[in-house]
Design a protein around this ligand. Structure first.
Ligand SMILES: [Cu+2]
Length: 148
């Protein structure tokens, strides 16, 4: 038996003196509280990568991302035209937090002039993935993503 009297000890005593149903409810509440505390901190600490879109290029042209680490990728359109982050192989390979940011079909993200959109994901598959703007690949608006 370790030190008695702390909040944990009091809680355990309370839980032990109650019926099974109430115990389950308390456990569920504690689990929810722990998740609520952990989730925002984890999101805030996820490294942020920025991909700038202009006429007609991505900066950087080669995006290096760590594997198995929660990442945020901000797509910033600083140009005057609409641009797309078209990377179907990459997008299919990652676990996306909020897939609704993707355009219908899941192959790309559409970013209007002056707009930013953020992807939150974990990349699990190392490799090299092509990225392009589907509207301007002919003008050289292409690059790649390295997951390592
Ligand atoms: Cu474009």
């Amino acid at each position: 038996m370790t030190g008695a009297g702390g909040p944990d000890a009091a809680l355990l005593a309370d839980v032990a003196s109650t019926g099974g149903r109430r115990r389950a409810v308390i456990r569920a509440l504690l689990g929810g509280a722990a998740l609520a505390l952990v989730a925002p901190a984890a999101a805030a600490e996820a490294p942020l990568f920025v991909l700038v879109m202009t006429e007609y290029r991505f900066t950087p042209g080669r995006l290096r991302l760590p594997r198995d680490v929660p990442c945020r990728l901000r797509l910033e359109n600083r140009g005057k035209e609409l641009h797309e982050f078209t990377a179907p192989e990459f997008l299919a390979s990652v676990a996306l937090d909020a897939p609704e940011v993707l355009a219908p079909g899941g192959r790309e993200v559409v970013v209007r002039p002056g707009e930013r959109k953020e992807l939150s994901f974990i990349a699990r598959q190392p490799g090299r993935y092509p990225m392009a703007c589907a509207d301007h690949d002919w003008a050289g608006m292409v690059g790649d993503i390295i997951v390592a």
